[in-house]
Design a protein around this ligand. Structure first.
Ligand code: FMN
Length: 218
């Protein structure tokens, strides 16, 4: 039975667009996999600690050679890598903060992207290569071609790069832009586009969940 790892990283407990669209994906996925498993991490409620010097040092040592601090850091990485590898598919809700990803999501990535172990640069032993990952990116502004801030979105390209090139995941991105249109008077003229964007994102999330779920039914 399929196992989905669902990670939310919006700091907003309510009214979060990335959480809402991820929830649409998850509901459709669960309908397709009634006896499947979902593991949910809420990085706003339960942030993963930042990678430390002990965590980096522990990667190059055997357990017998590690200090107490390095052993604790290694145990955290082992737990998070095991959680990553236990899943067949991934769902990531990631808001844009300061034109990139929230530090909570980056902290999680820094713990689980481990060169020589989970990466796909060579013959690493613990990769999740080829597994599907749906990435829901919500942004207050608009960054599409021809817009004044085209090229300012460092969240989506970064996520696609690290998840594809470092972890080897099969990435599907759903972007929801202009989420601030209803909150910012300066963006009032963009409210209809914002609403359409959000409606389309929910429809895309539901459709994608059902399509990806089929891959695990054979
Ligand atoms: C701390 C913070 C920084 C933000 N930085 C940006 C930004 O650089 N560009 C942008 O378009 N929107 C920015 N926003 C707006 C969010 O991207 C927008 O509200 C988005 O919907 C957040 O995702 P969520 O609805 O899932 O919480 C920021 C919001 C917060 C709280």
């Amino acid at each position: 039975m399929a196992h989905l790892l669902h990670i939310d990283s919006s700091a907003a407990p309510a009214g979060s667009v990335s959480r809402e669209v991820a929830a649409t994906f998850r509901t459709a996925w669960e309908q397709e996999h009634e006896s499947g498993t979902v593991t949910h991490l809420d990085l706003a409620l339960n942030p993963v600690p930042h990678l430390t010097s002990a965590g980096i040092a522990a990667r190059a040592k055997t357990s017998a050679d590690r200090s107490t601090e390095e052993s604790a850091a290694a145990a955290l990485q082992d737990r998070l890598v095991a959680q990553l590898r236990a899943a067949d598919a991934y769902l990531f809700g990631v808001p844009m903060y300061n034109w990139t990803v929230p530090s909570t999501f980056k902290a999680w990535l820094d713990q689980i992207v481990i060169a020589g172990r989970t990466t796909v640069f060579g013959d690493e032993p613990e990769t999740v290569k080829g597994r599907p990952a749906t990435v829901i990116v919500s942004a207050g502004g608009g960054y599409g071609p021809g817009t004044p801030r085209e090229g300012w979105d460092f969240a989506t390209p970064y996520l696609e790069k690290v998840l594809t090139e470092a972890l080897g995941l099969d990435v599907h991105t759903i972007q929801i832009e202009l989420t601030m249109a209803h909150h910012s008077p300066a963006m009032a003229a963009l409210r209809d586009i914002s609403d359409l964007n959000r409606t389309n994102a929910h429809a895309d999330a539901e459709k994608l969940a059902r399509v990806l779920a089929q891959e695990f039914k054979h």
